[in-house]
Ligand binder design. Structure first.
Ligand SMILES: Nc1nc2c(ncn2[C@@H]2O[C@H](COP(=O)(O)OP(=O)(O)OP(=O)(O)O)[C@@H](O)[C@H]2O)c(=O)[nH]1
Ligand SMILES: [Mg+2]
Ligand SMILES: [Zn+2]
Length: 314
């Protein structure tokens, strides 16, 4: 029977079958051996085939259907160990806060790029509007200036004061949406206010560091109604760009994509090449310097990953 994984805690998974039943299952013994090398062979959002195992009487996952897309994060401990957060999503909300905790533009760029690789549309949602100081407001204006121009929809909300939530409800309607962002930005709090019956655990912000406490520890799919699903995720430090080639990266930056056909070399990486339309646009301040430096950082990172992979499989 076909089902969708809604929760994963180590070796056990919860799947919702197409008939609407919730079943606890684990990976079939044989599959476990074959896929043992992967950190997380089954993830929230995966479509799987569930069967009854004769010997054990357990309900097991016998097959994982190919994923349409997924979002990967970089392991906080091991640089090259990536971890798929969730799969088969229609869209993502990048939930950010200007302060408590602060979300950097560099972090946003990484997520936007990771999502663009899989053609996952992203809406930027700025939470904690109630906390904005004058200085924060300036930062927020800068955020609008950069990202609105690039074509990303942006919403300003306050979960605490229930402001701006109707637009979010409309946005989620009949889609499967992943909510991503740093620990403490209010991902779980937002999901809680969207449904009266939800009671997801939320955590305080450390007053010492202005950072979240990593309250949500694994991704979980919550159903607002039969056709509307929302995936809560743990606070993330870094998103990984494992599957991207260096010369592809520019294609995922709308402002680079727009200009790269005008570069002299068609394999231009927009670093120091002559007659590069991208570096020219940066000099002329048509491309934001912060965005360009995010690009260069990601490019370095991708090159590093590639050379690591080459060393592993020469
Ligand atoms: N002032 C203010 N605080 C908020 C708002 N939304 C959420 N919070 C608070 O922010 C803190 C963190 O909220 P969570 O929902 O646990 O954050 P999270 O993003 O799920 O964090 P992790 O699970 O650690 O990734 C809680 O104390 C919330 O009450 C808001 O709009 N304004
Ligand atoms: Mg949470
Ligand atoms: Zn170029």
């Amino acid at each position: 029977m076909k089902g969708k994984i809604i929760k994963s805690t180590g070796n056990w998974y919860t799947a919702k079958t197409v008939e609407g039943h919730y079943v606890e299952c684990r990976l079939k013994g044989k599959m476990r051996l074959e896929e043992i090398k992967l950190t997380n062979p089954v993830v929230v959002g995966d479509w799987v085939e569930i069967e009854n195992e004769m010997d054990s009487g357990d309900t097991v996952i016998g097959h994982i259907y190919p994923r349409d897309n997924y979002i990967i994060r970089q392991s906080p401990r091991q640089k090259f160990h990536d971890h798929i957060i969730a799969s088969n999503i229609d869209q993502a909300i990048l939930l950010v806060t200007i302060s408590k905790p602060r979300t950097s533009f560099g972090f946003m760029d990484r997520f936007l790029t990771a999502a663009a690789c899989y053609h996952i549309p992203v809406t930027i949602v700025v939470n904690k509007a109630d906390l904005l100081s004058e200085k924060d407001n300036k930062k927020l204006q800068e955020l609008y200036l950069i990202y609105k121009d690039l074509g990303y929809p942006i919403h300003l909300i306050s979960v605490l004061e229930s402001k701006g939530l109707d637009e979010i409800k409309q946005l989620l309607h009949e889609k499967c949406t992943l909510i991503a962002g740093h620990s403490g930005v209010g991902k779980s709090s937002l999901i809680n206010v969207l449904h009266p019956n939800f009671n997801i655990k939320t955590g305080k912000i450390s007053s010492r560091w202005d950072k979240g406490m990593h309250t949500t520890t694994f991704a979980m799919l919550h159903e607002l109604n039969d056709h509307t699903q929302i995936i809560d995720t743990p606070g993330i430090k870094e998103f990984a760009l494992t599957d991207v080639e260096p010369e592809e990266l520019g294609g995922y930056f709308p402002e680079i994509y727009q200009r790269m056909s005008q570069c002299q070399f068609n394999n231009c990486l927009h670093e120091n090449e002559p007659r590069c339309a991208v570096t020219r646009a940066v000099e002329e301040e048509e491309i934001h310097a912060d965005r360009y430096s995010s690009y260069l950082q990601m490019l370095e990172n991708i090159k590093e990953i590639k050379s690591y992979q080459k060393r592993l499989n020469p």
